[in-house]
Design a binder for this molecule. Structure first.
Ligand code: FES
Length: 126
């Protein structure tokens, strides 16, 4: 079996939602100290619904594919539902990741959670 599924290759070669949202309502940046990869998520939120999401990932193919898939999964979702997105769901949506690449999908889960935390703390300031 190939190391990566077709979906991983597709999202790595043609990542969805790459970029920056200048006036984002929440921004989350996380990294993995071991591999040094970094992921940044930007959320635009309207009435507790994620209306737009973009990402920048400086990392491996699995991290890029995971962030791309994760943005597709949470776009249009309620904030509370996006908070429950697990790395397992991201990996499953990609038709699996090699065992030693599971931590790459964890970055996507953590980046989304960090961006939502940022959104919540900003909201409480207002
Ligand atoms: Fe670390 Fe993929 S090798 S995020």
């Amino acid at each position: 079996m190939a190391l990566y599924s077709e979906k991983v290759m597709d999202h790595f070669m043609n990542p969805r939602n790459v970029g920056v949202i200048e006036d984002a309502d929440g921004v989350g940046e996380v990294g993995n100290a071991k591999c040094g990869d970094i992921m940044k998520m930007y959320l635009k939120i309207d009435d507790e619904v994620i209306t737009d999401v973009k990402f920048e990932t400086f990392g491996c193919a699995s991290a890029i594919a995971s962030s791309s898939m994760a943005t597709e999964l949470i776009k249009g979702q309620k904030v509370e539902d996006a908070l429950n997105l697990t790395n397992k769901a991201v990996a499953e949506a990609l038709d699996g990741l090699p065992a030693h690449k599971i931590h790459c999908s964890v970055l996507a889960e953590e980046a989304i959670q960090a961006a939502i935390e940022d959104y919540k703390s900003k909201k409480n300031e207002n």
